[in-house]
Design a protein around this ligand. Structure first.
Ligand code: F6P
Length: 359
């Protein structure tokens, strides 16, 4: 029997909650009489011939997906790379992706991606309104514009705050300072939210410039307060006049620790790295992920496309993809609730707002 088909893929760096979206989209597709086609390795699955796909079913989309991190459909950050190492041009890629979409007879495509993948999609879609695409924002960095929540952010905050709590007990036993370097690309959401949730003493993010003297004074303040240890959370893209983050965003944790060592503190550095992309999917990511998956299928079923789902101010709604095309990534605002709490707690978060106009 011929059934209408919807495609679904995950693009860019993985995060927790992707599988939950896939499960929700599958359940809703089934209820509306569609088959859901999983496209493997992001857009690469549509570029390959034959397209690299798997038809999703009850067995694949079982309830364990609610909490399972990673992507059962695989993901990648190199959609434009050819097998021989060369790059496809945007035009070549568009042609292949559109061809793959049509060869599968899709009625629509659910594209789960972060800022990099969404801008790639926007570039490819410019001349191709024929693709019915609904984008679901995901990223641990939480930097996708026009949505308060991206899938994966809530879980990473749980994972990082749990790690900080574990680090705090050993820091306290040894009366040490520990610098915890966290991911987040050019935004400080992970550092600020997990830092506040775990009671960090100092939180440094790329959005706010820190002053090395004030940093040392605040570590001293920590010890003087009777705490006898200090937990400093540093976002990977923090830079200073003398430290420029390496291309791979590594190293600022060691640099901040070296300032403290130089001033006589017993200090250790922990780089949480890719542990941040795992963990049991949080309840918020499960709920929002389920809502995103179901709504994406409903939109395709009612012929709505060219949109990204946004969850902002408690409301889930589609916004035109054109609204976020070419828009800068979201950054921590000086009015962000966690920034305010941190300041009110007396946590040192740096001095001035960088790029005042953008925050
Ligand atoms: O964008 C998500 C993210 O996890 C960033 O926080 C981090 O800088 C980057 O991806 C790491 O990418 P990769 O897995 O390619 O090293």
């Amino acid at each position: 029997m011929y059934r209408k088909k919807i495609g679904i893929l995950t693009s860019g760096g993985d995060c927790s909650g992707l599988n939950c979206v896939i499960r929700a989209a599958y359940l809703r597709s089934k209820a509306l009489g569609y088959s859901l086609i999983g496209i493997k390795r992001g857009l690469r699955g549509l570029i390959e011939r034959p397209a690299n796909i798997v038809e999703l079913n009850n067995e694949i989309c079982n309830d364990s997906l609610l909490t399972k991190s990673g992507s059962i459909l695989l993901s990648n950050t190199k959609a434009l790379a050819k097998n021989n190492g060369e790059q496809y041009t945007n035009e070549e890629c568009t042609e292949l992706v559109v061809g793959g979409y049509h060869s599968l007879g899709l009625s629509g495509l659910i594209f789960i991606g972060g800022d990099g993948s969404i801008s790639l999609l926007n570039r490819l879609l410019i001349k191709n309104s024929e693709l019915n695409v609904v984008v679901i924002p995901k990223t641990i960095d939480n930097d996708v514009p026009e949505t308060d929540i991206a899938i994966g952010f809530s879980t990473v905050v749980e994972v990082v705050s749990e790690a900080i709590a574990n680090i705090r007990t050993t820091a306290a036993s040894h009366e040490r300072s520990v610098v915890v370097e966290v991911m987040g690309r050019d935004a400080g959401f992970i550092a600020m939210y997990a830092g506040v949730a775990a009671g960090a003493d100092i939180i440094l993010t790329p959005e706010f410039k820190y002053d090395a003297i004030k940093l040392i004074e605040n570590v001293q303040k920590c010890y003087a307060s009777g705490k006898d240890h200090c937990v400093i959370v540093v976002a990977e893209a923090v830079e200073s006049a003398t430290f420029k983050a390496e291309k791979n965003y590594n190293g600022v944790g060691e640099y901040v620790a070296s300032i403290l060592k130089h001033n006589g503190f017993d200090v250790r550095t922990v780089v949480l790295g890719h542990t941040q992309r795992g963990g049991k999917t949080s309840v918020i990511d499960r709920i929002v992920g389920s809502a995103f998956g179901v709504t994406a299928v409903n939109l395709i079923n009612s012929d709505n496309s060219g949109v990204m789902l946004s969850y902002a101010r408690g409301e889930l709604k589609p916004i035109p993809l054109s609204l976020i095309s070419g828009v800068d990534n979201k950054k921590l605002s000086k009015n962000d609730v966690c920034v305010r709490i941190a300041r009110d707690f007396g946590v040192y978060i740096g001095e001035n707002v960088v790029n005042e106009d953008k925050v």
